[in-house]
Design a protein around this ligand. Structure first.
Ligand code: ZN
Length: 74
């Protein structure tokens, strides 16, 4: 059996090397050394603070569950 494909290759968690603004809500600050979500967008990366990342993750989980339901329902 081939390995399953993944839909979430473009995200990972890393640590900010310097303080900067969250790229989803610019008033959110990410401090040096703080964990952040790194999203690959074409050839660059966007970085989001944890509260924004959690909302995005929850929304994607909901979306995946919805798609799963569509596939399995008669
Ligand atoms: Zn944020």
């Amino acid at each position: 059996m081939p390995r399953p494909k993944t839909f979430i290759k473009s995200i990972e968690v890393d640590e900010a090397k310097r303080a900067h603004s969250c790229q989803h809500v610019s008033s959110h600050r990410i401090q040096t050394g703080e964990k952040r979500l790194k999203l690959k967008v074409e050839r660059t990366f966007e970085h989001f603070c944890t509260p924004c990342a959690l909302k995005m993750i929850d929304s994607d989980i909901e979306k995946l569950q919805n798609i799963r339901t569509q596939l399995t329902q008669e």
